[in-house]
Design a protein around this ligand. Structure first.
Ligand SMILES: [Zn+2]
Ligand SMILES: [Zn+2]
Length: 432
């Protein structure tokens, strides 16, 4: 283990450089052309067997694709930044996920690690913000790595390099999963549904910050994942002259407005916590026109999948009732989904012990609360169903501001330290 930590430490500057490159060129979910290209290029050079796109994703299980014109604009931008055209063609339709495998020395288990690649629709701060001060601020207006996924990609690459340089340190196989579109919980189900976990014996993932906000801190497990569903409801009515023939109109604005208010009135569930939020309400065209279109974008959450399903089925019932009331039609589309997850305490205790023994951490927690949603729960629940070890770690770092804020930034020492720990997990769990 000692030499894996030494290797990780030696890659500190390189890890930081990778992170800063990803930070400079952030890409929104399902448009991670350049990010995926950079990752695949390096992994291939280091001897990994690399698959991507349709080989590792089920397009039918992908949620919330951006509008075609947006995806095309981002694809052309990526080509302008050096991504080969043929590769961008193969990634069309959100097919930006990657799975890379490497064999160790001798027989052993298959251990998988998952990293997310997408950025946020956030405008990066400039004044008094380190990325701007040190020359690695986002070059993409309105897009920013404000959740630390640039760091996750850098950790994945650093881990990949350590393993490629120390194949004799692990047996069996290591599988690195680079997932698109965690934001909006859109990408994970498509990768799990493609069967990429079928040969996996053990699974790890993690997130920078969240509950662990001090450098040198680790939580071996995370609890309190809320199951979450994001959905759009689109009401379509009939436009007419508000003075001459209002009776000919069907008012979609009223249906949307009624729905927004009524959705917040869904009864709570006795078995646990729930959430609902209508975040977007759009309707209407002109003052003297009966509005023929109304859109409600909302999300529900639940302490368990059962509670979230209850919130969704109530929401659907209310939306349909509001449509019926106004005589308009309803289109209802799920845009993203994640599950709840009960953490694997036994594996968590083993990871915590390993981290404490390493002497690389000042504080190690067995488990910290999340109280948010993560689509990594699709991976975690698949492993749990099969009774296989899994963990979602919290990688501690001081933060300049909270996640999804334009001033978000983390301490880059989390990169090499996390890669070192994951390399030790690869060495340990491939030999189980
Ligand atoms: Zn986020
Ligand atoms: Zn995140």
């Amino acid at each position: 283990m000692e030499r894996l930590w030494t290797a990780a430490r030696a890659l500190e500057q390189q890890a930081t450089a990778w992170r800063r490159d990803f930070h400079t060129y952030p890409e929104l979910g399902l448009c991670e052309y350049r990010t995926a290209w950079r990752i695949m290029d390096l992994l291939t050079a280091w001897g990994y067997e690399v698959s991507f796109g349709r080989a590792v994703m089920d397009p039918d299980l992908l949620y919330g694709l951006p509008a075609p014109e947006v995806m095309e604009q981002k694809r052309l931008r990526a080509m302008g930044e050096g991504v080969p055209q043929a590769l961008t063609e193969q990634m069309k339709g959100g097919m930006t996920g990657i799975v890379a495998t490497i064999q160790g020395t001798g027989d052993g288990k298959t251990v998988a690690f998952r990293f997310d690649m997408d950025c946020n629709e956030v405008t990066e701060a400039t004044e008094g913000h380190r990325p701007a001060g040190e020359g690695f601020a986002s070059l993409h207006a309105g897009e920013m790595h404000a959740c630390g996924h640039d760091g996750h990609c850098a950790i994945g690459l650093t881990l990949a390099k350590i393993l490629a340089d120390h194949r004799d340190a692990f047996s069996g196989q290591v599988k690195l999963i680079f997932q698109p579109a965690e934001e909006g919980v859109r990408g994970a189900k498509s990768m799990v549904g493609a069967g990429i976990l079928d040969d996996v014996d053990c699974f790890f993932a993690g997130h920078i910050g969240i509950g662990a906000r001090e450098n040198g801190t680790l939580a071996a497990l995370t609890e309190g994942f809320l199951a979450c569903t994001k959905a759009d409801a689109c009401f379509t009515g009939r436009a007419s002259h508000a003075g001459l023939a209002p009776e000919e109109g069907k008012n979609a604005l009223l249906a949307a407005a009624q729905a927004a208010v009524s959705l917040h009135g869904i009864s709570r569930h006795g078995k646990g916590a729930s959430r609902i939020n209508v975040g977007v309400l759009q309707a209407g065209a002109g003052r003297n026109v009966i509005p023929d279109r109304g859109v409600v974008k909302f999300e529900t959450r639940g302490e368990t999948a059962e509670i979230d399903e209850y919130m969704q089925s109530e929401a659907h019932r209310i939306l349909q009732a509001c449509a019926d009331l106004q005589g308009v039609t309803l289109d209802y589309e799920i845009k993203g989904s994640s599950l709840s997850h009960e953490p694997d305490r036994k594996t968590g205790a083993e990871i915590a012990a390993l981290a404490r023994e390493s002497g690389q951490y000042e504080r190690v927690f067995d488990c910290l609360p999340m109280n948010a949603s993560e689509d990594c729960t699709y991976f975690l629940e698949e492993m749990r169903k099969q009774g296989k070890p899994c963990a979602f770690l919290m990688l501690g770092s001081a933060l300049a501001a909270g996640h999804h804020n334009g001033r978000f930034d983390f301490d880059e020492s989390v990169l090499w330290r996390s890669a070192g720990l994951l390399a030790c997990l690869a060495a340990t769990y491939t030999k189980r």
